[in-house]
Design a protein around this ligand. Structure first.
Ligand code: CU
Length: 271
């Protein structure tokens, strides 16, 4: 993983939609800093101004001042603006504009304690049938081996490969408890809810090796529930896909080699 992309501040943003989110985070934090310093200074001013001293008793009565009232109203107005004027439009712009499925790479993700199982549809673009009754240690997604669409599917654990400059839609769900799918560099975070398939999307702007972390305390192994995120160039992605696609004619190929051997073995026995 490229550790240099993570530091004390926000990690590098490698998503198309992330800039507006970062801008929002920045506005909110500067505003909070202003409030913190402003109200802190006001608090210290009150401590000094109304303290007990020689010939003067400490006062606890509310002081009616028109100036602080103006400040309070201004803070409320700014907060309403931050919420409805800045945050809501950013949220709507992202949530109301999912990429078209035909232009995107669609991946299914099933989270479990404590791993991320990715399911790629493979070359045919169709996901094989999955069934929870088929789930096992070797088959974490319960992929039906008889499903024709599933023959070329790719299943990975804790490894996510995506192409750069192409929208990606991930249909996320969970096997057991609520987890949270969080890739900080892509500015995406979404809870994974058992029984629900929730789409989340993004488009990466640069290649690299990053990290996906579970952002919801989900059990004793939560701390190690992470995955490697590889944002590949189109060529590297195609190569990865080709290298990891199960051999297309797996069943006939497996039967074919024993066939020539088969006569050879009984032959000596026959003699
Ligand atoms: Cu988790």
């Amino acid at each position: 993983m490229d550790e240099t992309k993570y530091g004390w501040w926000l990690p590098v943003d490698v998503s198309v939609h992330g800039a507006r989110i970062d801008q929002l985070i920045s506005v909110v934090h500067w505003f909070m800093l202003l409030l913190f310093v402003g109200w802190g200074a006001f608090f210290v001013y009150c401590l000094i101004k109304f303290r007990a001293r020689d010939g003067h008793q400490a006062t606890y009565n509310p002081v009616k001042g028109i100036f602080t009232k103006y400040i309070e109203v201004a803070v409320v107005v700014i907060e309403v603006f931050v919420l409805f004027g800045l945050s809501t439009p950013v949220w709507f712009a992202y949530k109301n504009h999912p990429p078209a499925e035909k232009d995107a790479v669609t991946i299914k993700l099933v989270a479990e304690q404590f791993a991320w199982n990715f399911h790629y549809s493979g070359k045919d673009g169709k996901f094989g049938r999955t069934d929870s009754s088929l789930m096992s240690g070797d088959n974490p997604l319960g992929l039906d081996p008889d499903s024709p669409e599933g023959k070329d599917d790719i299943v990975t654990v804790n490894q996510m490969h995506i192409p750069v400059h192409k929208p990606v839609i991930i249909q996320i769900t969970s096997k057991d408890v609520i987890h949270s799918f969080n890739i900080p560099v892509l500015r995406v975070k979404q809870d994974t809810i058992p029984g629900q398939r929730i789409p989340i999307w993004f488009e990466a702007t640069q290649t690299g090796h990053f990290e996906l972390a579970c952002a919801q305390l989900c059990g004793l192994g939560h701390y190690r529930m992470r995955a490697d995120v590889f944002i590949d160039s189109p060529e590297d992605y195609a190569k990865w896909e080709a290298d990891n696609t199960p051999p297309p004619a797996e069943a006939p190929a497996a039967e074919a080699p024993p066939a020539p051997e088969a006569p050879a073995v009984p032959a000596p026995e026959a003699k």
